[in-house]
Ligand binder design. Structure first.
Ligand code: GAP
Length: 474
């Protein structure tokens, strides 16, 4: 939009700018110059993220009956990460630019020049492909073409929790994925809730990875939140349940409001040795199709490893058949930050609208509004209460409306600046309804309700307002 000579701002830049400007996402430690790969969620961001998590929990736990919730601790015995294979194998291929010493992921540099380096490849294989394509590969920082050899870099983040020696030889790891907490609590859930197969365990929580290059805003960060569900089945039924889970995850994303045309399945070609099948749901982010959620059939690898590592049998006893076996696991795993970015990208729009009326009552000139057409259930603020001016007689009507509505809905009271500017602000945070109290309200005991999407305005009696909005927000 705008002057043809003006450079079009890429969508991603617009979303990042809105996220900062409107209090959704802040760079970490900003006043200290920032801290790479970590982001903070501001007043609007925490509401949106909480709504996303609440909807996931509703679908994955409350609406099921066969899936139990869990909140395992971030810190766990380091033996868990040895048994799971993370200490030995949870790594990404790293190269360093010899000119500016920037470290990059070798597979990402290859991807940038159109060459696919699969995450399951050995370091020798990646080095070979990297060498073959050296002429095309450039350092993303300085453009240099001289790189070190590709090395594997372990992503686990270490801490000295419980290690009081000065050497730090016994690190406790910050969890690299939340599902390990599920595997090691499988027996506890089995022994306390006594479920029959198939059943699942779900949890949301923080995970940490020493990502070599954290990039694309909140898409890939070093601290992030995951929502994971592990479903335990008999060996015979895992692929049938896998197909059902794939469908369930896909429809959950549609229920969350994501557009079907921005989602697609991607099958992993090169499976890890224990996996039976692996698909990702990809989202069309402003920077291209990328993984949003993984839905994987993992066989009995995880329970086998933790049974061996702990020395505790994790067998399931089928009373009817009088047999013991290790259940198979199918998993769904999605990052809150990635889903948050997908929701923002899907909702963001720029629309040409009529500007606010001028003081002499004539119609305003055309302008562009940025608006988040968020699903109502996800919007951080559902209703904004906007007295036309700061005059006391208006706040005497508007404040009691705010006090009533805020008990039922997330509301915001705003009396600063012109009403046009306040509408634009609410559009930018995706508020579905604005309630305007004007001087007529003093006489007719009614207010104007403006719909974010249609921008249509309706006069509603103040006494009927809670019921009117409740119906609209359902
Ligand atoms: N338990 C399986 C697992 O953790 P993953 O593919 O490594 O598998 C699952 O991660 C999901 O977690 C991804 O699809 C993505 O949504 C999210 N995720 C992974 N790494 C991330 C990172 N560094 N930053 C943000 N989200 C991430």
């Amino acid at each position: 939009m705008g002057n043809a000579n003006e450079k079009e701002v890429p969508l991603m830049e617009k979303i990042v700018s809105l996220a900062k400007r409107r209090g959704f996402v802040f760079a970490s430690s900003e006043i200290y110059g920032g801290f790479a790969g970590v982001y903070d969620y501001g007043p609007m961001g925490v509401e949106l993220a909480n709504n996303i998590k609440a909807q996931w929990w509703q679908r994955m736990v409350r609406e099921r009956g066969d899936i139990f919730g869990l909140d395992s601790a971030i810190f766990m015995s380091p033996r868990i990460w040895e048994a799971s294979g993370h200490v030995a194998n949870f790594s990404d291929p790293l190269v360093e630019c010899r000119t500016c010493h920037t470290r990059s992921r070798a597979d990402h540099l290859l991807e940038d020049v159109g060459v696919l380096a699969d995450e399951k490849m050995s370091v020798e294989e990646i080095n070979k492909i990297f060498d073959e394509n050296k002429a095309k590969i450039k350092c993303p920082k300085c453009g240099g073409k001289d790189f070190t050899e590709v090395k594997l870099f372990n992503l686990l983040v270490k801490s000295n929790l419980g290690d009081f020696s000065s050497e730090g030889n016994n690190p406790a790891y910050l969890r690299g994925e939340t599902c390990q907490g599920i595997y090691v609590n499988y027996k506890n859930v089995l022994d306390t809730m006594h479920p029959k197969l198939p059943f699942g365990i779900a949890q949301t929580g923080k995970a940490f990875r020493n990502e070599i290059t954290a990039r694309q805003f909140i898409f890939r960060t070093r601290e992030f939140e995951q929502m994971e569900m592990q479903y335990f089945t008999t060996p015979a039924e895992d692929m049938k349940e896998y197909e059902k889970l794939k469908e369930y995850c896909w429809s959950s994303l549609l229920d969350l409001g994501l557009k079907a045309e921005n989602l697609r399945w991607h099958q992993h070609e090169n499976l890890v040795f224990y996996a039976k099948e692996a698909y990702d749901i990809e989202y069309k982010f402003p920077f291209g199709w990328k993984e949003l959620e993984g839905v994987h059939a993992r066989g009995n690898y995880d329970l086998t490893q933790h049974s061996k590592g702990s020395g505790v049998s994790l067998d399931y006893f089928d009373q009817e058949k009088n047999e013991k076996f290790l259940p198979h696991i199918i998993e769904s795993s999605v990052g809150v930050g990635r889903l948050f970015l997908a929701v923002l990208s899907d909702a963001y729009a720029e629309e040409e609208v009529e500007g606010p009326s001028t003081a002499d009552g004539s119609v305003g000139v055309k302008e562009v509004r940025a608006v988040l057409h968020l699903p109502k259930a996800l919007a951080p603020i559902k209703i904004a209460i906007l007295p036309l001016s700061k005059k006391e007689e208006l706040s005497a009507v508007a404040v009691p409306i705010f006090d009533t509505l805020k008990k039922q809905f997330a509301c915001q009271y705003d009396e600063t600046q012109s009403i046009g500017k306040r509408y634009r602000r609410q559009d930018e945070i995706g508020t579905p309804f604005c309630v305007t109290v004007d001087f007529d309200s003093l006489n007719d005991k009614a207010v104007t309700v403006r719909d974010r999407d249609t921008m249509k305005q309706e006069r509603v009696a103040i006494v009927e307002l809670p019921a009117y909005l409740k119906e609209k927000l359902q």
